[in-house]
Design a protein around this ligand. Structure first.
Ligand SMILES: [Fe+2]
Length: 374
């Protein structure tokens, strides 16, 4: 690709925009964004956001492609608009001529994807699961309870749940194993139980609707190994679940405290060295600084990250999108018409007995500065 340093037009005080001036301009924009978005971000986040704007004019698609916290992204868009680098019109976001010149002088290319169409980039083909598992799961999912904001719920597509189960099965984490699912609006427990692979699947969730639903599925489908019981993640893990499972699965809330609550319970619930855990983590609500904080926490807790599958988890847009925190930040208030919220699937494995405490968490563990969907 030709790296353009060509001056497209004169900007500012009649001076041509050059790469050094473009970098200076971006640094100034980012300094001013810092006052609106008190979270960690770097110039690389801005480059990703600009790359997304070079490849789409659809706001929700730009959110997805930017792979940066929405808190930063919306503040960045707003500054670009103020400086006439971005135009928001007819429900679309488009870089102006000056915005394109800035991107060009920063040598930013449009966001480009090379993911596989047949597995939607997951690297796992859920259709390898027995056909009756896939069909029964789709049928059962039709009766699921709707996602509730009060519990920070938001479930993934049926394909995602099936792929997650196929992935765990392929990694040897389900067959003959005792599984703990911590919070299960994704119905991973149901898909896992339908394979007949695990010897036990226990769901713990705060939502009575889900517990009733999963118990009813277990009864109707004759899934004796599938159980569900109520549990508030803020409470210490009950003694009878400690060290009793081989694998845990969860999709934590993304505040650091909320994340720790889920993972600490999971690590305490599994048997120890060799036990595995699964969780999701987004870019929309977690900066790379938070990713680093989480990775440090995992290593210090005795776990190693064995897999990270970017964009593995695709979420069905929840009913409460207009009341989520990020709604007020958006330049265009339209509901998304396709999945836009994705998370990476992480698999971890314990290398030594977990060094975490069975502590009690107080108050609202869902929100932090980077939270967008609570
Ligand atoms: Fe593929």
């Amino acid at each position: 690709m030709r790296r353009s340093t060509v001056v497209l037009q004169r900007v500012g005080k009649g001076e041509p925009l050059t790469p050094p001036k473009a970098r200076e301009m971006l640094a100034e924009i980012l300094d001013s964004v810092r006052s609106d978005a008190p979270i960690p971000f770097t110039h690389r986040d801005a480059e990703r956001a600009l790359a997304a704007l070079l490849s789409t004019e659809e706001m929700w698609e730009a959110v997805r492609l930017s792979r940066v916290p929405m808190r930063f992204l919306c503040a960045f868009w707003s500054r670009l608009e103020e400086k006439d680098l971005l135009a928001v019109q007819d429900g679309r976001l488009s870089l102006t001529e000056a915005g394109r010149e800035l991107a060009s002088n920063l040598c930013i290319a449009p966001a480009w994807e090379a993911s596989c169409d047949s597995c939607e980039g997951r690297g796992v083909d859920f259709a390898r699961l027995p056909r009756e598992v896939v069909e029964r799961f789709r049928e059962i999912s039709r009766g699921r309870p709707e996602a509730l904001q009060v519990y920070d719920q938001g479930y993934v597509t049926e394909e995602t749940t099936l792929a997650r189960v196929a992935f765990a099965l392929a990694r040897g984490d389900l067959s003959g194993k005792e599984i703990l699912v911590i919070g299960d609006d994704d119905l991973v427990s149901v898909a896992a139980a339908l394979t007949g692979a695990p010897s036990r699947v226990l769901v713990v969730d705060i939502d009575d609707r889900l517990i009733r639903f999963i118990r009813e599925v277990a009864r109707v489908e004759g899934l004796d190994m599938l159980e569900a019981t109520r549990y508030d993640i803020r409470d210490p893990l009950p003694h009878e679940w400690r060290g009793r499972f081989d694998t845990f699965l969860c999709d934590p809330t993304e505040s650091f405290a909320g994340f720790c609550a889920f993972i600490e319970r999971g690590l305490l619930a599994v048997r120890g060295v060799g036990s595995a855990g699964y969780f999701g983590l987004t870019h929309a609500e977690s900066s790379l600084e938070k990713w680093a904080q989480i990775q440090r926490f995992l290593l210090e807790s005795g776990a190693v990250i064995t897999d990270i599958r970017e964009d593995f988890n695709s979420y069905v847009t929840w009913g409460y999108v207009e009341t989520m925190r990020a709604w007020s930040w958006l330049p265009i208030r339209v509901r998304p018409d396709r999945p836009w919220y994705f998370s990476s699937l992480f698999r971890i494995e314990l290398l030594r007995p977990p060094s975490v405490e069975n502590r009690r968490f107080e108050g609202n563990i869902f929100a932090d500065e980077e939270a967008a969907t609570v």
